[in-house]
Write a protein of this length. Structure first.
Length: 557
């Protein structure tokens, strides 16, 4: 059977009964000829508050040109974005993860409400990327995701900078290691233009993971935001979505269990963000594929760490692109027998085909050969124990220490922990515990880069650990454990921790424990007084009522 490229819009626009709908379209310039072609949405997240999505309208124009050239009628629309780098460390950060659901919902509503035949989702800032793919999986209409691209690195005194360096400079300034002038120099040079954060932080982690998943063409997402080639790629994406539409290729044919395993392997091989666990679990749920957090650990154990990328390594995302990009990583995984090579991508080629076509820059040092891997395992681990019966995520990339045994310093909100670091009250051997910051308790599961960056900048990165039922930024590195589940707000054991307790983080044994008898933990939990909800109406309150555990992706559906 052939696929009808107008399988939706035909119902919306054809015949005498649909004259009123056509009249509305004609009011803004569409012609009869336009309305006889497939309607293809072009969704993006342009917002005048962030470099991450600054190029989206320009990219949308090029995508639209490609759609028209290939015989379709493009219709542009936009969603929202919450910029983590700006809202970090404030109440505003609670909106960030919640925005993922709102973006996916808004794209679904526009596409479904106007019977578009397919769409392109242009993404940039952290949550916009999984949100677009969640919408693809949910709608299951022919579609492609295109990432707006990484920002270029800044430079200061011979150092290549990202926004991570600004957060760590704040810590260094508060610790008296640098002065206000140097902080200002780093602030002014770290972010030189359009594009999302330049390390293998959450945005670039998800952009590369989705090339591995197959919902974005291999190599397209890796092109930096300001590279002239980005506009060419946007045009080609417009043409590609029309090809996908005519062939009737649906997202759920691409987003399979094995394809998700490929995406996870890509995250592990590049030392990517712990947020990938949340986002890939959410995409899997939307696609109807069963995926658990334990599968992330299984894949991490056998996947070598290959890409030497910030926040813990030496190179930035644009340098990864120059080295050959994610295709080179895919080729390494193929050679190691760790790639499900027959999984299909939106280009019509398999991921194995894309891997075999990789072009590696001679002499590049960003992506290591298999024989010289940075580590024999991936960049994160899933831990369990009496503090995390439902699991949590630990970042392994960037440190060799396997066990941390320390003294709990407990905080019930992020701001209090940051104030303690700033006042130099956190000492070597402490385990900073930040709770009531989970999906329900926050609500919204804030990232903790303000705190983790301050710890690194103060020189405590290797001597202090941190655990939270909240999240970490992809720019976080050090001995950090996040997504502790169950969270404090639903009676998780993290709510029982007190100052002075001994906490043991053992990444080899995959354990997160407090040295207390089970009976004492239960006794303490019975005595816990839950804080009053900070939000009792509006979007944040609704999210708190609906959201699932972090171990299930913190989804609301």
């Amino acid at each position: 059977m052939t696929f009808d490229p107008r399988h939706q819009s035909r119902v919306l626009l054809d015949g005498a009964d649909r004259a009123a709908a056509r009249a509305f379209f004609k009011a803004i310039g569409f012609t009869d000829e336009d309305l006889k072609r497939p309607l293809v949405g072009v969704a993006h997240c342009w917002i005048e508050v962030t470099p991450c999505n600054w190029n989206h309208r320009k990219m949308a124009e090029k995508v639209k040109e490609g759609i028209r050239a290939a015989g379709g009628t493009p219709i542009e629309f936009n969603s929202i974005s919450i910029t983590d780098g700006i809202s970090m460390g404030t109440e505003g950060m609670k909106a960030s993860l919640i925005s993922r659901e709102t973006i996916a919902d808004s794209v679904e509503l526009v596409v479904r409400g106007h019977l578009f035949d397919g769409f392109v989702g242009i993404s940039g800032c952290d949550k916009t990327i999984p949100a677009m793919v969640m919408a693809m999986a949910r709608m299951n209409r022919p579609s492609v995701m295109l990432y707006g691209g990484s920002i270029l690195y800044g430079e200061y005194k011979g150092r290549r900078l990202t926004v991570q360096d600004v957060f760590e400079a704040i810590g260094a300034f508060n610790a008296g290691k640098i002065d206000a002038r140097e902080l200002g120099e780093i602030e002014g040079r770290a972010c030189p233009g359009a594009g999302a954060c330049g390390g293998q932080f959450t945005a670039n982690t998800m952009a590369t993971a989705f090339e591995m998943l197959g919902v974005s063409p291999m190599g397209f997402n890796g092109v930096p935001a300001v590279d002239p080639k980005k506009e060419e790629i946007a045009f080609e994406t417009g043409k590609l979505v029309m090809d996908v539409l005519r062939k009737g290729v649906l997202p759920r044919q691409i987003i399979t269990r094995q394809a998700l395993y490929n995406a996870i392997a890509g995250v592990m091989a590049t030392g990517g963000s712990t947020n990938a666990v949340l986002h890939l679990l959410a995409v899997a749920k939307e696609a109807g594929v069963r995926l658990t957090i334990d599968e992330f650990d299984r894949i991490s154990r056998k996947t070598p760490l290959l890409a030497d990328l910030k926040p813990w390594g030496n190179y930035t995302a644009p340098e990864m692109y120059e080295a050959g990009g994610m295709a080179v990583v895919a080729k390494r995984l193929l050679d190691a027998g760790l790639l499900h090579a027959n999984e299909m991508t939106v280009t019509g080629r398999t991921i194995g085909d894309e891997a075999r076509a990789a072009r590696e820059k001679p002499g590049q040092k960003v992506i290591r050969p298999l024989a010289n891997a940075i580590a024999p395992h991936g960049g994160m681990a899933i831990l369990r124990g009496n503090l995390a019966p439902d699991g949590c995520v630990a970042k392994l990339a960037g440190h060799e220490q396997a066990v941390f045994r320390g003294t709990a310093r407990v905080f019930d909100r992020e701001e209090d922990a940051f104030a303690a670091v700033k006042a130099r009250k956190i000492k070597a051997g402490d385990v900073v515990v930040i709770r009531w910051e989970g999906p329900k308790g926050g609500p919204g599961m804030r990232e903790m880069l303000h705190v983790t960056g301050a710890l690194q900048g103060a020189g405590l990165g290797s001597s202090v650990a941190l655990m939270t039922d909240g999240r970490f930024s992809g720019a976080t590195h050090g001995f950090m454990v996040a997504h502790v589940a169950p969270e404090a707000a639903v009676g998780g054991p993290i709510a029982a921790v007190r100052n002075g307790d001994t906490i043991v983080i053992d990444t080899k044994k995959r354990k997160l424990d407090i040295e207390l008898a089970p009976g004492e933990i239960k006794k303490r939990l019975r005595a816990v007084k839950r804080p009053k909800p900070r939000y009792t109406w509006g979007a944040l309150a609704k999210y708190a009522r609906l959201v699932s555990s972090a171990s299930d992706g913190a989804v609301t559906g």
